[in-house]
Design a protein around this ligand. Sequence first.
Ligand SMILES: Nc1ncnc2c1ncn2[C@@H]1O[C@H](COP(=O)(O)OP(=O)(O)O)[C@@H](O)[C@H]1O
Ligand SMILES: N[C@@H](CCC(=O)OP(=O)(O)O)C(=O)O
Length: 377
Amino acid sequence: MITPSQAEVRMAIAEAQTIVVKVGSSSLTASSGHLDPERLNALVAALARVRLMGGRVVLVSSGAIAAGFGSLGFSSRPTDVADQQACAAVGQGLLMAQYETAFARYGLRVGQILLTASDTMQPQQYRNVRRTLDRLLDLGAVPIINENDSLASNEIRFGDNDRLSALIANIVVADALVLLTDVDALYTAPPSQPDSKRIAYVPNVEDALSRVEVGGSGSNVGTGGMVTKMEAARVAAVSGIPSVLTCAANAGPAMMGDPVGTVFAPIKDRGSSRRLWIGFAAHPFGTLVADEGAAQAVRGGQASLLAAGVVEVRGGFSAGDAVWIDDEAGNHLAKGLAGFDSEEIPQMLGRNTAQLKRFLGEEYAHPLVHRDNLVLV
Ligand SMILES: Nc1ncnc2c1ncn2[C@@H]1O[C@H](COP(=O)(O)OP(=O)(O)O)[C@@H](O)[C@H]1O
Ligand SMILES: N[C@@H](CCC(=O)OP(=O)(O)O)C(=O)O
């Protein structure tokens, strides 16, 4: 795809119909670490403006722990995971109450959706989330999403909301992703370093990753720092979605396409939401090992994976689950949705379509992974 100019990317953001905005804890809190209603109200004013002009706005908001730790008697944000989960359980309600009041001033309704990382990996939950978000947007409400901190397990949790926001942008087929934080832009190095310089435009975020020095959170309330924001911008760019990173005070100008913050150009054309899900979110439950010929066909990007070219099946999965497709050396070639349960596959291996039909029946004469359900990695 031809790389757009900075002006074109900013224009695409200004014209976005569906927009996902992620705001970090550091942008919603006072220096004490507690939630700051004034900062929240200022953000809502900017979002309401876009919504009232007809935009479909999804807000991914952190801040539950910040909103809750004070009322549970902690003097600062706790670091123990169980404490954080308890604070989030108390704080999420308080956070939503503030949002409800703030959006109501503009006659707007909000709807809360709490997600764990595993919800985004399971096809059924993914479809449910997508349906609910679409309906909320159709009804004119502003969905407000946060990680379900109280349920998220240590092993699989986003921790920050940056990567979650990029997945949500895929789910709602967003036209733009806005990442709001406590720095006005991406810098060549953490802004605490005196010689770091603001970057206004990143034409290819994958190339930029090797040239920018990104660090962790600069505040004691944020979680992912710039590392996870760059990863979110990368997922968006690869999904064909432009993004802008700036501070919350610049939310309005950033969404209007003004020259603030850092904009990231899309680096691929938009894929279907389902293929994006397979590529970025689906959790593989097993592996199909392709022989040399099948591996070559899969690498070409147009072929289905046929049983004739598969030498081994690993793991336990059901039809519809995601699986890795590996070559015989163990390299991941692609991710795809299996057409059969793992127990059905061994009897199919090495057989061509005619043999599958003759020996096992018509219902087995299909690819193990259809090309529409296969995404190269
Ligand atoms: N190259 C960089 N450019 C800008 N900020 C950076 C960079 N590297 C690290 N940071 C830090 O990332 C922080 C933002 O991340 P974080 O504190 O997690 O915010 P949030 O709560 O918004 O997610 C900034 O305050 C800054 O100190
Ligand atoms: N889900 C947590 C967010 C964790 C967090 O701080 O994330 P971020 O500010 O995006 O780095 C909360 O609501 O407090």
